[in-house]
Design a protein around this ligand. Sequence first.
Ligand code: SAM
Length: 506
Amino acid sequence: MSTIRKLQNRLSLSSWSNSFTRKNSVKSGQIRPSSVLSTPAAQAGGVESTNNNNASTTQVSPPLTTRRSATTSTKPSTSDLISLAATITRETEKLDKYMKENGNPAPSFDVDAPMDFPKLPADMKKAREEIVRATKELGDLVTGPREGLRWMAWDHNNSLSLQAIYHFKIAKSFPIHETATYEQISKAVGLDEVNVRRFMRHAMTNRIFREVNPDVVAHTAASRVLAEDPVINDWIGFCTDDILPAAANVTRALTEYPSASEPTQTGFQLANNTTNVEPMFVTFGKSPLRAKRMSGAMASLTGGEGYELSYLLDNYDWASLNASKATIVDVGGSIGFVCIDLAKRYPDLKFVVQDLPKTIDSAPKLEGDLAQRITFQAHDFFSPQPVKNADVYLFRWIFHNHSDKYASKILSALIPSMKKGARVLINDHCLRDGFGEESMWDEKIIRTMDLVMLTLLNATERSERQYKTLFENTHKDLKFAGVKRIEGCRMSIVEAVWEGEDYGGA
Ligand SMILES: C[S@@+](CC[C@H](N)C(=O)[O-])C[C@H]1O[C@@H](n2cnc3c(N)ncnc32)[C@H](O)[C@@H]1O
């Protein structure tokens, strides 16, 4: 693991902390119409309206005949079932063929099975998504709405058995390739046998552990992950110990504080008795266990598919900025890993990495050319921006941590320092304004992320329309310039251009 990646992981608590499309208009991987992107800045290298790279412009979902059919139809018929089953067969055959041809082992729940599904080319990714979508849709249809709702309301019990396994370290209590009795596990973890058995048997319904005979259990691939992967354990601990109790208090928080704009009035505070006292990050800062666990959880999340930094590096016209020897300010840029990677690719770009003092103090000491072109600066992004004549102010993973009230304050702090034509670049999730344009899988992940931001911070993931409104409400001359959705990437590039007075003093 590189030093920078280690530092990133260590810092990801502070990292997290402080830290249109109508249907048929623009789909994942397509670019906004040029009319929306006709500002000089956009033409000069911003979010482009024309195809200039493979990843962002060419991929459109293949015509999947059953896509959305059953979910949108008011009269599902049995033909939907057959059609879904046909989709599952067709896409599974495609994927199976690809896996065999490429020497991938068959997916399995066995303890020695691969812990991750192999990385796939774009067409196979689509096939995999279709299998997941159609299987779920078929299952939901044959379950029926009343029955479906009845059991959906019990989903938190999946979290409960996971939480117990995490808390009592059940997966680590016996060797991966050996079996154990419930009695042995009970003794090893210090939980009575009845409860060990009930949590493990519930988890088995999710293919975590398997029962060899009524008294003896063995590991599966999933329980092996729990036994061996520390950051998945951090993720589960964070989700079940921190998020779950907070989520149970969200409706109460919204009833008591309907504006939902303060980070000290969330479900998290109600669950932790810290309402109007301190935001979540301050609470975590007082508990090394929770702080470390959240760092691991964030490393697990952002290390997953679709969050790779390369998407940002490959899908913006940095080359034009390089040609004009531009200056980029990475606001909330942590220890500078984005700028360091960009600087290695573009020799004429200059950078200022800004973050809170503690983070800046832990940034790596750069040498040679990188040290000449990358400056680190302690700066609170709610205070007036000290770098006056920059070309780009980059915010990666910043805005989704803040409600509109605070997001607008961050933008307002930039304006007195912006030169005419300077750009604000936001690399974050960008929700669809409508529903159902993403695959159901992606839709679920991003909508869930939005709920988590509400639960913990009264923050929000934003749609294109919400970003436009945020810019407009901050200043009439801060113009939305476009959003670039990148095929395969969960984060988008949202851009605004300052078209007001020239405050840059360049
Ligand atoms: C989610 S992290 C994003 C880090 C980095 N931009 C990235 O792409 O991973 C949020 C960053 O904002 C920083 N931050 C939080 N509050 C800040 C503030 N008021 N002023 C400046 N930086 C802040 C955190 O220290 C952290 O590095």
